[in-house]
Design a protein around this ligand. Structure first.
Ligand code: URA
Length: 202
């Protein structure tokens, strides 16, 4: 039986075992065609109750090979940006909207996003992040449907039970475009200030 805390939230021991179970389910998932071409599913990695939950698009070639999120060029950029706000990757949680690599790095299809939706729902519930940072348009669509990233990046919005989502450019896009790279760094500072404010109001 799950042990509930006084606030009704799961205890961290239960949060952890729920998450381990969920990640095993993701690793064995065959709910869409991507299971036929993947090497490894990539559930995500990091800590419970992270300061930031980063939600990217889908694993790339390196991530597929090793089963870990954001470990290629985009990942190195993201790691640097996390350090730039005084955090370490290990203090966050990093995952994707779609947990398996689309072949040839094509965009995830709507039915693939839908097949993975319940996994991300559970991760958000059990991880209970302070702030969700969406990386790129696929992740942004979940919280900011129909919006344009060029218009709304860096603007925090409250959702659910007091959680906050902030849309950022995808690291790969930031690496391609110097203007978006600068915007990414500025938006991370907005996230840093937000975390400081939230910590101050506890
Ligand atoms: N791009 C993503 O969106 N996710 C990864 O894990 C790696 C690259």
């Amino acid at each position: 039986m799950d042990q509930k805390t006084e606030t009704g939230a799961l205890s961290s021991k239960d949060q952890h075992s729920q998450l381990v179970g969920l990640h095993a389910q993701i690793e064995a998932c065959s709910q869409c065609r991507l299971c036929e071409t993947r090497t490894h599913a990539v559930p995500g990695e990091g800590v419970l109750n992270p300061q930031i939950l980063f939600v990217g698009e889908a694993p790339g070639a390196q991530e597929d090979k090793l089963g870990r999120p954001f470990i290629g060029r985009s990942g190195r950029f993201l790691d640097g940006m996390i350090q730039g706000i005084g955090l370490r990757r290990e203090e966050t949680f990093i995952t994707n909207v779609v947990k398996c690599r689309p072949p040839d790095n094509r965009d995830p299809r709507p039915d693939e996003v839908s097949a993975c939706k319940a996994y991300l729902d559970r991760q958000i519930e059990w991880l209970a992040p302070r702030v969700v940072v969406t990386l790129g348009r696929f992740s942004m669509q979940r919280w900011f449907r129909g919006e344009r990233i060029t218009k709304i990046h860096g603007q925090a919005v409250e959702f659910g039970t007091g959680q906050i989502a902030v849309p950022l450019f995808h690291p790969a896009a930031a690496l391609r475009n110097p203007q978006w790279r600068a915007a990414f760094a500025e938006d991370m500072q907005i996230v840093r200030r937000l975390l400081e404010k939230l910590a101050g109001s506890e």
